[in-house]
Design a protein around this ligand. Structure first.
Ligand SMILES: [Mg+2]
Length: 194
């Protein structure tokens, strides 16, 4: 069992369904990663673009769907006394919206407003520092390679969740994953909390 578990948000605990293509068009971005493209912009342009991104993220959070067994897993970890939280590239507001909507109780929420976004290990290191937890007692759970790289760079264990959306590409993530689970329920079983 781990003392601290950091979850990715979108695609791992909830489904935000952010219309990336629409945002790219609106902001005139061609890059694959919208956040990186925005962070490269000049100050004035950047703050405007971040507002647009925040608008979409928050709106999508209001309509978000819970991923199967996410609520049960977070509740079970609460019961087991495991420190758990979210590390996301999204804005803080979107996490607040979904936490309230689905009554998810997290011990920490680290967003792009708090630290350099994944794949940087910064948010993971911040979480360890907040609770004074050693690297070998922590796990990051995610559906995307950035989650796993952030965890690896920070020196913690990594778990990949295979979903309908990442199934085809997931094989290329495997070298960064210490564990692979087909569902959050399977993760909960592995953790021994259900
Ligand atoms: Mg994700």
């Amino acid at each position: 069992m781990f003392d601290l578990i950091a979850f990715d948000l979108d695609g791992t605990l909830i489904e935000l369904n952010i219309p990336f293509e629409e945002i790219r068009k609106r902001l005139g971005i061609r890059d694959r990663f919208i956040l990186e493209a925005i962070l490269k912009m000049e100050e004035n342009e950047r703050s405007k673009a971040l507002k647009v991104l925040e608008y979409y993220e928050t709106k999508c959070a209001e309509n978000a769907k819970l991923i199967h067994f996410a609520k049960e897993l977070i509740d079970a970890l609460n019961q087991a006394g495991v420190t758990k939280g979210v590390i996301t590239r999204n804005c803080r507001r979107s996490v607040e919206v979904v936490s309230k909507k689905f009554d998810l109780k997290f011990d920490f929420v680290i967003t792009r407003e708090d630290a350099k976004p994944k794949p940087s290990p910064e948010p993971v290191i911040l979480a360890l520092k907040m609770f004074n937890i050693s690297r070998d007692r922590a796990l990051i759970v995610g559906d995307f390679v950035f989650d796993l790289i952030a965890g690896k760079k920070a020196g913690i264990k990594t778990a990949l969740i295979i979903t309908d959306k990442n199934r085809e590409i997931a094989e290329s993530y495997l070298r960064y994953a210490d564990y692979v689970f087909k569902s959050l329920k399977e993760l909960a079983e592995f953790l021994g909390v259900i």
